[in-house]
Design a protein around this ligand. Sequence first.
Ligand SMILES: Cc1cn([C@H]2C[C@H](O)[C@@H](COP(=O)(O)OP(=O)(O)OP(=O)(O)O)O2)c(=O)[nH]c1=O
Length: 190
Amino acid sequence: MYPDIALASASPRRRELLAQLPVNFTLVSAEIDESVLAGEEPASYVSRLALQKAQAGANKLNWQLPVLGADTSVILDKQILGKPESKAHFMQMLRQLSGRSHQVLTAVAIVSAGQQLQALSSTEVWLRPLSDTELDAYWQSGEPADKAGGYGIQGLAARFVEKIHGSYTGVVGLPLCETERLIQQLRRSA
Ligand SMILES: Cc1cn([C@H]2C[C@H](O)[C@@H](COP(=O)(O)OP(=O)(O)OP(=O)(O)O)O2)c(=O)[nH]c1=O
């Protein structure tokens, strides 16, 4: 069937989540520079990146299809934590996240030739205290490497999570409630 939308993402999680909505989609790659700008607030950062991913995807497709982009970051005391660059970086991040709560922000953007739609999902996640031995074993699993904040709530790190307040799918990378709402808005305006 002809796709309604393109997903500008290399993330298998986003692909699986979007497949849960009644929408036909195709994939497009969109590499962008993910550096944080000087003085940039976390919410502005994730929103800008989601939009840039969608725009980069739309450019590749010559704006023939609406394109969806998303970005997830872990925020601790206004500090933006991206993916771990090394084991040392991972240990440093998870020691900071251990035994307290942090925020996970996921921004979603849909761009088409005529419009730009955006949503922001914010979730508070509480991790229990984590020992260095547990963290070492978790790093060896390979799971943390491609995850913002160095953990995956949907994977082996599930047992570290005491509670969450907000959107589970938002933490995994694509808040489905907000995303479906944006797709409906797009259809209404078509
Ligand atoms: C906190 C958390 C993040 N993540 C993932 C979601 C995102 O894929 C990733 C954050 O990196 P992003 O830069 O948002 O996305 P990405 O590089 O994986 O994919 P894209 O091509 O769309 O840019 O971390 C989880 O899978 N589980 C979690 O619990």
